[in-house]
Design a protein around this ligand. Structure first.
Ligand code: SF4
Ligand code: SF4
Length: 536
């Protein structure tokens, strides 16, 4: 007797009336398989269903290796509006990087005259008319935040424009690719040379090319260290062998990394090493401008000859692969948006040229938003690309970016160029003098952030009966206000002794410092006067 629950007798679908085959068995890839859950089949020893073969062949579309050997990219020379814009950005960014340390900026005799300088020894950052002190590091943090929000703004508006035009990896890769063209020729010549066996001509060309790579890489590393010291002096010291070891080590590291990343790794840095493409994909949406292949217009692909014979059968793409040949990362944009696309738009230039040559309208590959692509594919009207820039998200980013910039400018404009900090002596906190008065000692640090010496008044605020003198004067010179000269762009440490008459209480008070010039800038620091009577 079968005492199994009839409701669970089999999980196979029942055979319908008139049905000749068992629906629990399906044929897939030429194999008979059961669509009965394995648990059901196991529960039913008499079940006649077939089970999956234990050893199915691996699915062909899954990668069998996680590492794919690099196919070298030999991108073809192209001219067009986007290439010219890329030239312009490349020249401007390289000129800024290599040239900035040589710009002079007169700050008077007491400060360096280099316009942009990170003065690690004196802990200052100079940027034209702005001088940032260590306690003002929040300005640097503000600049970094602005840079990050600026990138968000650019990405949400025009996709990966940073990657395509201004990222150092892109700029230096582009530079090295121009060296390739200069030495080895354009794409076809380079492919041929690569495939040729190593002979005297190839060795000579490779040696010459790598020597140029090295010069660029060395120059790049050399320019970097000039941001950290007076450039003309450092160059002299460097070649005389008198620069700091850190300078030689930094140049060596940067030469090596530029030579490797720009000369050999190139698009692999963008595709595999850089996290930014992944972050950017989270920032883009259907309203962001992307370099897009309009497949509804281009497909099915066919040559001009074929399209002439059967115009209705083919789209505008003639499958000439020019868009792939010019791509610096070697991808085919016709496969859709992908992480390897840095949106440099060189494929737009290439395809527009092809379209012009065969008399078809430009823009088969173009900057477009996914939203507009959909509209265009459905025959609806689209907005001009510049309108994609103005939308709530980009406006919000711009407002945040602008507000931080304005707040920083305002803070820089109104900041005081004097500063004061006070450290009391704690051991002992007070001294009883022979006349019964009580003395406390403090170290005052007077900060002069101007590049000229300044006289400053130090005044006691509060503390009735209190007078002070400094380490260079004596008690005879004690007063409630003293004057000190603080050297240009320096912090002056002053030992101050404050006394109060016998019987004075412990009391909070403050020191105030005021510049004795027309600015009359002030700074105040709180302190406490301790007495044997105990704390307040
Ligand atoms: S697909 Fe086009 S836009 Fe993207 S990286 Fe290649 S050439 Fe540049
Ligand atoms: S360049 Fe234009 S026409 Fe040629 S393959 Fe690319 S998309 Fe097609």
């Amino acid at each position: 007797m079968n005492n199994r629950d009839p409701g669970r007798a089999s999980s196979a679908p029942p055979r319908r009336e008139g049905e000749s085959h068992d629906r629990s068995v399906v044929v897939e890839d030429g194999r008979a398989k059961s669509n009965v859950p394995v648990s059901g089949a196991v529960a039913e020893p008499e079940a006649t269903t077939l089970r999956h073969e234990p050893h199915e062949p691996p699915r062909q579309h899954l990668p069998t290796k996680l590492f794919e050997k690099r196919t070298k990219v030999h991108n073809k020379r192209i001219d067009g509006p986007f290439r010219r814009f890329k030239w312009f950005v490349m020249l401007v960014t390289l000129a800024i990087y290599y040239g900035t340390p040589w710009i002079r900026w007169d700050r008077g005799p007491y400060a360096p005259d280099q316009a942009v300088l990170v003065d690690l020894a004196n802990r200052r950052f100079y940027m034209f008319g702005i001088e940032i002190w260590p306690h003002e590091f929040y300005y640097v943090a503000g600049l970094l935040i602005m840079a990050a929000i600026g990138l968000f703004l650019v990405t949400s508006a025009v996709g990966r424009a940073w990657c395509g035009y201004a990222c150092p990896q892109t700029v230096w890769t582009d530079l090295f690719q121009h060296v390739d063209r200069f030495v080895d020729g354009d794409r076809n010549a380079r492919v041929k040379l690569d495939a040729a066996p190593l002979g005297p001509k190839k060795i000579a060309k490779r040696t010459f090319k790598y020597a140029i790579y090295l010069v660029i890489a060395f120059w790049t590393g050399g320019a970097w260290i000039m941001y950290f010291a007076d450039a003309p002096t450092l160059v002299r010291d460097f070649w005389a062998g008198e620069a700091a070891p850190a300078a030689y080590i930094t140049v060596a590291i940067l030469t090596l990394t530029t030579f490797t990343l720009g000369g050999f790794m190139r698009e692999q840095v963008c595709i595999y090493m850089c996290p930014w493409p992944r972050i950017q994909t989270a920032m883009m949406d259907e309203k962001s401008l992307l370099v897009t292949y309009k497949d509804w217009r281009g497909e099915p692909r066919g040559s001009v000859k074929k399209a002439k014979k059967e115009p209705e059968k083919f789209g505008d793409c003639i499958d000439c692969l020019q868009c792939v040949a010019v791509c610096p990362t070697g991808i085919d944009i016709r496969e859709g948006p992908q992480v390897g696309c840095i949106t440099c738009a060189l494929c737009i230039d290439a395809c527009d040229k092809v379209m012009a040559d065969i008399g078809r309208p430009r823009g088969l590959i173009d900057y477009a938003t996914l939203e507009d692509c959909e509209k265009e594919a459905n025959g609806e009207a689209t907005r001009p690309p510049w309108k994609a820039l103005l939308r709530p998200r980009t406006i919000a980013y711009f407002l945040i970016w602008g507000s931080i910039g304005l707040a920083m400018l305002f803070a820089l404009g109104v900041r005081s160029h004097v500063g004061l900090s006070v450290s009391p002596d704690r051991n002992p906190p007070y001294i009883l003098m022979s006349d019964g008065s009580v003395r406390n000692s403090y170290t005052l640090k007077l900060r002069n952030m101007e590049s000229r010496p300044r006289e400053m008044e130090i005044t006691l605020q509060g503390l009735p009966g209190g007078v002070m003198w400094t380490g260079t004067g004596g008690r005879d010179a004690a007063a409630r206000t003293l004057t000190k000269t603080v050297p240009a762009d320096q912090v002056l440490a002053v030992r101050a002794f404050v006394v109060r008459p016998e019987g004075a209480d412990t009391q909070e008070f403050s020191f105030r410092v005021t510049s004795r010039d027309e600015q009359r800038e002030t700074a105040v620091a709180e302190a406490r006067f301790d007495t044997p009577g105990g704390s307040e």
